[in-house]
Design a binder for this molecule. Sequence first.
Ligand SMILES: Cc1cc2nc3c(=O)[nH]c(=O)nc-3n(C[C@H](O)[C@H](O)[C@H](O)COP(=O)(O)OP(=O)(O)OC[C@H]3O[C@@H](n4cnc5c(N)ncnc54)[C@H](O)[C@@H]3O)c2cc1C
Length: 504
Amino acid sequence: MHILLILGSASFVIAAKSASGAFYHTSSAKACQYFKTFYPNSTYFSNETLYTEANDAYYTSSAWLGPACVFAPTCAQEMSQGVKVLTDFNTHFAIRGGGHMPISDAANINSTGVLLSTSGLTQLDLSSDQTSVSIGPGNRWANVYKYLEPFSLSVVGGRMGVVGVPGLLLGGGISFFGNQYGWASDNVVKFECVLANGDIIEATGTNEHSDLFWALKGGGNSLCLVTKFELRTLSVPAVYVGEADYGDSVRSKFLDAVFTFAVNGSADVKAAIVPIVRWGSSQGGPTYNTWLFYNGNQSSPIALQNFTAPNMMPSSNTFSYRSMYGWTQETDPPMSQIHGFRQRFYVTSITASLEAMSIIHDTYFTAAQARLSNVTNFFTGVAFMPISENYIAAGNDRGGDPMGVDASKAPYIWVEQSLSWPDPADDSKIEEFLTSVNAEISSKLESLGVTSPFLYLNDADAGQPVFEGYPKQNVERLKKIRARYDLHMIFTDLMPGGWKIEHT
Ligand SMILES: Cc1cc2nc3c(=O)[nH]c(=O)nc-3n(C[C@H](O)[C@H](O)[C@H](O)COP(=O)(O)OP(=O)(O)OC[C@H]3O[C@@H](n4cnc5c(N)ncnc54)[C@H](O)[C@@H]3O)c2cc1C
């Protein structure tokens, strides 16, 4: 049986059904032809600049997959029409926000499919009472902070400006304000969504879609396409924030300071750190560095004192009082230097333990130096992210989320490995390194009993068991919610990339 869609003078054979009712014919070319006919200004083919901008603007160049075309809706209604057309044509598709998830097919697709870009959805609207801001998914955090700066406001959002709003929020979202206000997604007050059948709905904590509201706070991209996030604002004109470098000879002091911060993390919830140990194939030993943050006008808060003299003397330190937008102007420009690089993340989760941190540090960097010194322009960082009990409790106070991290086992250290290199010819070497070094780390950690099942979605490598680390009852609930809103699993099967609530 053929289904014909007749619109104006155009007529398309959009799909064919087998006797069993299953669709067997997909046609990205026909879907693209449809979009170009009816949305010529929002549809781009590979010979157009805006196509290249969409396809080549992913953080990892392994995601430059070359979709059949790019469709960039300019409002929720166009996104809804896009979903209906792609479903009718049975065409595979992907959706992208800021493009920063370093997994090749998380937010892009090759020529068998269509890329939905959110670049036309960049609205920013402060509510009249200034308590919340509506954010289109085409925004990056720098746009949001810049928009809010004149109002002396901020939000619980990304720590770098270049990262996209949608991916960070749908995966949970770690922010500098986390110890005070929990996950970034716990601070969303409303999602506007396009469902798999094209309906546009709003989900809040108290309306008839409160189940979806809960699910979107860490449930990934298999539930709906978000066309607007309404986020609670914070009355924060400026913060103390900056980057401190310590050189290469502070290993023990640095790990001690991070561990102590983790253990005392709930003592002053206004403080945050992002401690990173870095190594590159052109250098000797690893170097030590941290971002320091304080939500207040205090130049030397007690919670951060271990990161300054006399405990550790930074060789440089940019810690200063400025707006969040001002901070993004320090961190974002250098990112252009790695445009076109390959990127991978891998996450390990432990309850705070200095011994485990040392094992991870030593195992990782010894192996990297031994095996990756000959990878040209390779560099890597290991971030030891302290997560306090208060971080989890603050999120739970705002209604909780599907991630369901166990507050009673906090403090945690979520360890994020990030790896960057320019040459695709080195991909397999990196793959082998990641597999073997993490097998070695796991086996060394086993006897300590510190490994925690929760793996942060936005820091995970493809194939890591993310949803398996959520409480079982939450995964069951997520699956029921998906069945309510997307019975045919359009956003799981027809949109295959990204983190999906498991199939069974
Ligand atoms: C340099 C850098 C800094 C980072 N800093 C932080 C940080 O401070 N805190 C933190 O928590 N994480 C951080 N991350 C991780 C980051 O949160 C994830 O990579 C996140 O997925 C990026 O969001 P995005 O919109 O840019 O990604 P994209 O790659 O565009 O999208 C990520 C996923 O979301 C889906 N998606 C996108 N838009 C929509 C939509 N409208 N509806 C439904 N699904 C959608 C995509 O399909 C994809 O699966 C950082 C990553 C990098 C590379």
